[in-house]
Ligand binder design. Structure first.
Ligand SMILES: [Mn+2]
Length: 317
């Protein structure tokens, strides 16, 4: 644990113009946490700006206020907070505006957090960044039904709907307090975990039938190439969650999803079963994440990358 909720409250109380930044390729935790904090700060009379370096994935546009995210036009703010970012480069093209702001803070829950601000509130044991944002907002006494729905959506995303080993007693205590605001928890879970459009379904069936298995079925990999996206009318953001189909196979200990971003440039997602550490594998490529879920970018030909990552898994079996 780095820093505490008091440091963030003190930081927020001293600023009027506050910019909130979530990471590139945002997920439900980054978006829900950032939007909840924004609502609480607006209720407290602050002027709030919301930044992300790419568009909100269609899947998460149900989160109230998601249309408020933009790319920074102002060069600097009085205060800036990064949400759910384990390192500065996770801010992507927003990094410059973040660094230009006079005071900076970070709220995060990655064990691999690399300290890049003076003020921090980081707990690598929280299942979602939203657990920490919940504490901040509760201390501000600003919880309400809208904020509760956003935080619940964030926790549901990062906790695998309360199924991951990162889930603690505290995760459930927070979730139950959020439900007490009368939110439609089942509907939020449906939107985050179940609902899919037909194009994404077609991409999924196409990719899963090409899944590759190594090391006696203990290592699995799927590869999304430009032609797969073109054939199904989908894009990178719609690949989210498909890797879980692999790690859910009994024999699989390490699962990979390799997604083509540009020619010879891939996003690598990693899922592992304990004790194999996903973040440690991601580290080999300059990435990071959690014990059982991590990611990074890798350059090269897919065949070479596959060979490399299968070896990294084999060495850890
Ligand atoms: Mn998160």
């Amino acid at each position: 644990m780095t820093g505490n909720v008091g440091e963030i409250l003190d930081f927020l109380s001293k600023a009027q113009d506050i910019a909130l930044f979530c990471h590139t390729n945002p997920d439900g935790d980054a978006l829900g946490s950032t939007l909840a904090l924004a609502l609480a700060l607006e209720k407290a009379g602050k002027q709030v700006s919301l930044y992300c370096d790419c568009a909100v994935p269609k899947k998460y546009t149900f989160l109230k206020g998601s249309e408020k995210f933009s790319f920074p036009t102002k060069t600097a703010h009085e205060a800036a907070i990064s949400v759910d970012c384990s390192s500065l480069d996770r801010l992507g093209k927003c990094t410059k505006c973040f660094l230009a702001s006079r005071k900076r803070a970070a709220i995060d829950h990655h064990a691999s957090f690399e300290r890049f601000t003076d003020t921090c509130f980081v707990d690598g044991k929280a299942s979602a960044c939203a657990e920490l944002v919940f504490e901040v907002i509760k201390e501000m006494d600003m919880l309400d039904a809208e904020i509760a729905a956003l935080l619940f959506g964030a926790i549901v995303t990062d906790s695998g709907c309360f199924a991951f080993s990162s889930v603690t007693v505290n995760t459930h205590i927070i979730a139950s307090e959020l439900m007490s605001y009368g939110i439609d928890a089942a509907d939020i879970i449906y939107k985050v975990y179940k609902s899919t459009d037909i194009d994404r379904f077609r991409l999924k069936s196409r990719i899963l039938q090409k899944a590759q298995f190594f090391e006696d079925n203990s290592v699995a990999a799927i590869v999304f190439e430009a032609e797969d996206f073109a054939a199904t009318g989908t894009s990178l953001e719609q690949t989210e969650g498909m890797i879980n189909e692999l790690i859910d196979i009994d024999s699989v200990k390490v699962a990979y999803a390799l997604s083509e971003v540009a020619p010879r440039n891939f996003k690598l997602s990693i899922r592992t079963k304990s004790p194999i550490n996903a973040a440690e594998i991601a580290n080999c490529f300059g990435g990071g994440g959690h014990v059982n879920a991590a990611g990074c970018r890798v350059n090269g030909f897919k065949e070479d990358i596959l060979e490399k990552i299968v070896k990294l898994a084999r060495d850890r079996l």
